[in-house]
Design a protein around this ligand. Structure first.
Ligand code: ADP
Ligand code: MG
Length: 359
């Protein structure tokens, strides 16, 4: 249905700098697919959707929609607007119009329906999204979840072939997220082609036929929900889906500021609500610093927390080393370390040897 080749988008910032936000995006979207686009913020997900529907035309590449190049001169924008719907984070309802008028406006203008025809269709659509009773209300009378459901009905009123959603639930109170997702779930089940930028991982996993993990202006990884969530190929994908947060210190010599390491760990533990791990972390690092690690420089010290799996760990990596530097430690040191964590994992990696303390 849509083929995107070498799509790029550059912005020139106010201070004259060139910002390459989309680098080389390539994908094929088939009819009936539900594709969730996930990825860290600022990686170009919104820019991608806005480029596809020409709200913010791309600076390079091709978009072929139903066999036609929509970037070609003279391609009618009205036709695109009709075939491709868009739902925004901020609803974008016409605030001065009733709910019914919000839904009938575009079909009357662009599809040439009479008011009676448009209203009849609008009522059916409002019922579908559970908003029939609010037809006469004004947008300001509605909750965020209700507004978003109306926005979806308004979009459906154009009979689009595909709908792009840009974080449709991010502006909502958590209690209202479910009602919007359930409308979207229903559309997906009916076979609507959808492209959804979302942070709702459970939803993305359940309803999508495919997931695009966007990172640094490209589709970094593309796969089924199972591939992306359970078997990601790239470590950036893994870090994102497992919500792994980390602190990394390159400890280059004995003068390295270890007090700063402790205070960064304290702040990190507070931020992610794992303050109960802090004491053990401090003691492991102190024990290591005065024994095994004292002669290990340079080494990499990492403190990681995987939110998904709820695992906190400290690891020491000695580049180029093939065997465990813990093996030569005194038994008393080893026992002290063992008593401070749940498990010690000693493993060779492609970079060097890693000793990991799982807290
Ligand atoms: P995401 O939706 O993944 O969070 P965006 O697509 O909104 O990311 O933004 C990606 C990058 O592009 C950001 O660094 C943002 O500041 C920049 N950007 C987006 N729109 C514009 C614009 N109109 N002018 C300049 N820079 C922009
Ligand atoms: Mg965005």
């Amino acid at each position: 249905m849509i083929t995107i080749k070498h799509l790029s988008k550059r912005f020139v910032t106010p201070d004259g700098k060139d910002l390459q936000v989309l680098k080389d995006v390539n994908c094929v979207i088939n009819r009936g697919e539900v594709i969730s686009i996930i990825g860290p913020s600022g990686t170009g997900k919104s820019t991608f959707l806005r480029a596809i529907n020409l709200l913010d035309p791309p600076t390079g590449g091709e978009i072929i929609f139903d066999g036609e190049n929509i970037l070609a001169k003279g391609y009618p924008l009205n036709k695109l607007r009709q075939k491709m719907g868009m739902v925004f984070q901020s609803f974008n309802l016409f605030e001065h119009m009733s709910i019914l008028d919000n839904v009938t406006f575009a079909p009357m203008k662009l599809r040439g329906l009479t008011r009676a025809q448009a209203e009849e269709e609008a009522r059916v659509l409002l019922r579908k999204v559970g908003m029939a009773e609010k037809a006469a209300a004004m947008p300001s009378d509605l909750s965020g979840g209700q507004k978003q459901r109306v926005a979806i009905a308004r979009c459906l009123a154009m009979h689009p072939e595909v709908i792009l959603f840009d974080e449709p639930t991010s502006a909502l109170d958590p209690t209202m997220v479910g009602e919007v997702l359930s409308v979207m779930r229903q559309l997906a089940a009916e076979g609507m082609t959808m492209l959804i930028v979302t942070h709702e991982m459970r939803f993305a996993r359940d309803v999508s036929t495919r997931i695009f993990f966007m990172n640094e202006g490209v589709i970094y990884e593309d796969g089924t929900p199972q591939q992306i969530f359970e078997n990601p190929v790239h470590s950036a994908t893994k870090q994102f889906v497992q919500r792994i947060h980390k602190l990394v210190f390159e400890v280059d010599g004995p003068d390295f500021d270890m007090l700063d390491v402790h205070s960064q760990i304290a702040a990190f533990c507070n931020k992610y609500n794992i303050a109960d791990k802090r004491d053990a972390a401090d003691r492991i690092i102190d024990t290591m610093s005065t024994t095994v690690a004292a002669t290990l420089h340079p080494y990499t010290l990492r403190f990681t927390y995987g939110e998904q799996a709820d695992i906190t760990a400290i690891d020491y990596m000695k580049e180029g080393s093939l065997q465990s530097f813990l093996a030569t430690a005194d038994t008393t040191v080893r026992e002290a370390l063992t008593s401070l964590c749940r498990e010690i994992v000693e493993e060779p990696t492609s970079r060097g040897f890693r000793v990991k303390f799982i807290l």
